[in-house]
Design a protein around this ligand. Structure first.
Ligand SMILES: Nc1ncnc2c1ncn2[C@@H]1O[C@H](COP(=O)(O)OP(=O)(O)OP(=O)(O)O)[C@@H](O)[C@H]1O
Ligand SMILES: NC(=O)c1ccc[n+]([C@@H]2O[C@H](COP(=O)(O)O)[C@@H](O)[C@H]2O)c1
Ligand SMILES: [Zn+2]
Length: 284
């Protein structure tokens, strides 16, 4: 890659998965921070950002309908020329592991003209390892990141905050094989706060340590503590959320009266889908 043409940069698509309940200015900032970081390495060209709100079947407490969350994310990204919203994940009837969302977007980029089903979104690493994506490996016959028609396929990287990386350590939340596939085959761009313990967390995990070259840690120097939880709390208390979320999102929330004491009670007492799924898997 670098040896063939030093100016040829690896194209990257950033995928952010989460509740976006609701989308905030901080979510939009994540993309800007990650893009600046990757461009500063001199190795990557970020060509697109994708926001993929989780489906209702995720069953997180206080999660309002995906329709509203997707609409707000679309309103928020209208002013961006490179970040868009994709509702494929949220339109599935069941909750999907994040690795399946990565596979879907990878397949979509590899064959942009065909509609792909979940069945076709196979792991990058299969027995025989033909489709394994190994950064920096040079294969003279069929180059990495190439679609069947020979076009270069951009890498899809998972964009997340350090809380998501740290959630890898919560028992039953993530499968080790999923974590491995995500960081080995796709890569992670993780936005962390100055002085937090994310480096130590990687050091203490064998699997994260093994693939640490595929984990890009981006330090957020202009710290910004906005979270959806705080936005919902402010709304319940009748406080202003102006300048914390895009104005179009604020207007949409007000018009549809989206967040209340009642909405915060949605899914109360219900087990989060990944915990439910992984607990029943380990029993079988
Ligand atoms: N202030 C922040 N700094 C870094 N990453 C963040 C920040 N806020 C959200 N993220 C990241 O944005 C993605 C989507 O997160 P999510 O939808 O859970 O938003 P949230 O603001 O954390 O919401 P909640 O408060 O409901 O958990 C996740 O990868 C999360 O880590
Ligand atoms: N095993 C998994 O793939 C797994 C587990 C937990 C959360 N997730 C994803 O991480 C994101 C977390 O979002 P929240 O921080 O809003 O809960 C969601 O997109 C969710 O689907 C994936
Ligand atoms: Zn969160």
């Amino acid at each position: 890659m670098a040896m063939e043409d030093p100016d040829r940069k690896t194209e990257v698509v950033l995928l952010a998965c989460g509740s976006f309940n609701p989308i905030t200015n901080m979510h939009l900032r994540l993309f800007e921070l990650a893009k600046d970081y990757l461009h500063e390495t001199g190795k990557y060209k970020v060509i697109k950002g994708i926001i993929s709100p989780v489906g209702d079947a995720y069953k997180k407490k206080g999660l309002i309908s995906a329709d509203h969350r997707v609409t707000m994310a679309k309103l928020a990204t209208n002013s961006s020329d490179w970040v868009e919203v994709d509702d494929w994940e949220s339109s599935q009837s069941e909750w999907l592991e994040t690795v399946k969302v990565l596979r879907h977007h990878h397949e979509k980029l590899s064959s942009p003209d065909t509609t792909i089903s979940l069945q076709n979104a196979l792991p990058l690493t299969k027995p025989g390892r033909k489709r394994k994506q190994e950064p920096n490996r040079h294969d003279p016959i069929k180059k990495k990141n190439q679609s069947p028609d020979g076009k270069n396929v951009p890498q899809v990287k998972l964009l997340c905050g350090s809380d998501v990386l740290e959630s890898f350590g919560i028992p039953n939340l993530w499968k080790l094989e999923d974590i491995t596939e995500i960081i080995q085959n796709y890569g992670l761009v993780c936005i962390s706060r100055a002085g937090n313990s994310i480096q130590k967390f990687i050091y203490e995990s064998d699997i994260l340590w093994k693939y640490k070259n595929n984990i890009h840690l981006v330090e957020e120097w202009i710290t910004n503590d906005i979270s959806s939880t705080k936005i919902r709390r402010a709304l319940r208390r009748g406080q202003s959320i102006r300048y914390l979320v895009p104005d179009v999102v604020r207007a949409y929330i007000e018009k549809n009266d989206l967040y209340s004491l009642e909405s915060e009670d949605r899914n109360a007492g219900v087990t989060l889908a990944p915990l439910q799924k992984n607990a029943s898997d380990s029993k079988n």
